[in-house]
Design a protein around this ligand. Structure first.
Ligand SMILES: C[S@@+](CC[C@H](N)C(=O)[O-])C[C@H]1O[C@@H](n2cnc3c(N)ncnc32)[C@H](O)[C@@H]1O
Length: 312
């Protein structure tokens, strides 16, 4: 009899790790947190924090839930959950790790948490907009962690990539990731205000996820955003400062068949209003996200963009 009831209890009770995950999910849901920094909902955050507490260096998998639940892991998990809830720190800054276009990256508060939909375009090797075999030079302006530059370098093994940022802290993080991925020979880190230090250089692809948040929008962002560098988010009073610089300078740095790809998020309407002469192609993504435009060098030239710009 005793044996039977023991078995029944074992069957009813979930594995302790699975139970901890569900409890954490409910706590996060009740705390009304904001998601969107590399994770989409409470369960994603709970899973990322649990993987970290279990000292896994990869995303949590179903099979991990069956393993033993040590006191040390439980304490680590609790501490992570408390920081996520009380300090509103995005999960990626707590785990210091994320995956972008399939690449493992080191991330800390010196850089924006990678989440740009441009990952999907890189995975498609910018099809159908470029001939992948002809791509030799790429620039990623506002590289942050280096996520876009490094993913692009791997997608185009014959290309050299300039990964540009104005912020020394961001470049230090990009250096860590470049080193870990063994890309130091093909990815150059450049400290520059967008095109300023790139005089005379031309690229087949110029890609950028620049800051594009205006002053009013910035003031109303959820607390999680305050952990990201302001320089990575804010761009003048209307969010347009960086985009203006990119559009003004792109033509003189593109090869004749080159393309410019820029994420502008919800500044899309303002961009269209300010540049009605430009035939923006707004890209679509299967995994969600938007506000990313593409323009060819030819289109920029035809619209007279960048003719009068000097170096920037
Ligand atoms: C939105 S974050 C994007 C980071 C990364 N590319 C990504 O997608 O996760 C923008 C980046 O642009 C950089 N930045 C801001 N102003 C800049 C400027 N004038 N010139 C170059 N980089 C700039 C910031 O330091 C930040 O790393």
């Amino acid at each position: 009899m005793r044996e039977v009831s023991h078995t029944a209890r074992r069957i009813q009770r979930p594995a302790p790790r699975a139970g901890a995950l569900r409890l954490a999910q409910r706590r996060l849901q009740r705390a009304n947190l904001y998601y969107g920094h590399g994770t989409a909902e409470a369960l994603d955050d709970a899973a990322a924090l649990l993987a970290h507490a279990l000292l896994l260096r990869r995303p949590l998998e179903e099979r991990d839930l069956a393993g033993p639940w040590s006191k040390a892991a439980a304490l680590r998990f609790e501490a992570l959950l408390q920081r996520r809830i009380r300090e509103r720190i995005p999960a990626v800054y707590l785990t210091r790790r994320c995956w972008y276009a399939g690449l493992p990256l080191y991330i800390d508060e010196r850089v924006l948490i990678p989440r740009s939909a441009i990952a999907e375009l890189i995975e498609r090797r910018f099809a159908p907009w470029v001939d992948p075999a002809a791509v030799r030079q790429i620039a990623d302006l506002g590289t942050g962690s280096g996520c876009i530059a490094l993913a692009a370098a791997l997608a185009f093994p014959r290309a050299r990539v300039d990964a540009v940022d104005i912020d020394a802290g961001a470049l230090a993080v990009a250096r860590i990731n470049r080193q870990a991925l063994g890309l130091a020979r093909r990815v150059r880190l450049v400290k520059s205000d967008f095109f300023q230090a790139l005089a005379g250089r031309r690229y087949d692809i110029i890609v950028s996820n620049p800051p594009y948040v205006g002053a009013a929008e910035y003031a109303g962002l959820p607390p999680e955003y305050a952990h990201e560098p302001e320089v990575a988010l804010r761009s003048g009073p209307d969010g347009m400062q960086a985009v203006r610089k990119l559009l003004a300078g792109a033509l003189r740095h593109l090869t004749p068949r080159g393309v410019l790809v820029v994420e502008v998020g919800n500044t899309e309407t303002t961009v269209q209003r300010e540049f009605p002469q430009l035939p923006f192609v707004w890209l679509e993504f299967e995994r969600g996200g938007g506000g990313v435009f593409l323009l060819s060098a030819e289109q920029l030239r035809a619209a007279g963009l960048g003719k009068r710009s000097r170096g920037k």
